[in-house]
Design a protein around this ligand. Sequence first.
Ligand code: IPE
Ligand code: IPE
Ligand code: MG
Length: 261
Amino acid sequence: MAVKPPLIARLSTDLATLGEPELLDLVRSRPVPQHVAVIMDGNGRWATGRGLPRVAGHREGVKAARAVTRAADALGLRYLTLYAFSTENWSRPVQEVSMLMSLLERSIHDELPELMERNVRLRVIGRTEGVPAPVQRGINHVVRETARNSGLTLLMAFNYGGRDELLDAVRSLARRVALGELKPDEICERDVSAGLYTRDVPDPDLLIRTSGEMRVSNFLLWQIAYTELCFTPTLWPDFGPADLYRAVAEFQGRTRRFGGV
Ligand code: IPE
Ligand code: IPE
Ligand code: MG
């Protein structure tokens, strides 16, 4: 009887054909990234391609986010950041924006029992201005309830913009300079990082964007300076645990040089 070669030897040939449990075993046998960030894109196209309203795509997108969070937990990631709503997304039709707000509020509320069970801590990065008060209250409740969980940290980028985040950091540094607490020439990278929403979070090791778009759309601009990028044509509602594991396997096969040799 033919003996199967070890998984690692088969990696380059059949990553695409491995099933979810094998992929999970494979990626867990090697160092996993600490922090994976995801631009969850393509909900609208998923829906319109099926003759459905865009909101149907967002509902499916929530299911994908739930499955990918479980997969990140199974993988043992420390941080998973999901881009849920950008500062630019306010420019969408009002019905879509208000539907997205209530969908996010409801989904986060419904997720609380499972987040507790899995010891997942929810945090939100982004500005609160403009977010309807009931949505803020609902999200804050789940953030507070899960604050002491010590497993995966799920960072939800909500009303998030990388440029806004940098502006906030620059303003706070400028205030410290004006107060004489800091000299302009002494400002270092650490001071900028410390002014970001992600001040206590390691930079993402891997950034995944779905739907075939090859851009970062104002996401984590400072933090992704040396992040490995992975673009996939899969639309977000079709993206599942196996896709996350494949992206991590691809990441594990890369050499990060950080400018060195
Ligand atoms: C991503 O899907 C979800 C959000 C930006 C809220 P889109 O809604 O951008 O879907 P496409 O890109 O139009 O297909
Ligand atoms: C990025 O997707 C924002 C989120 C996934 C929340 P968009 O669909 O808003 O980005 P663009 O417009 O294609 O750049
Ligand atoms: Mg999009």
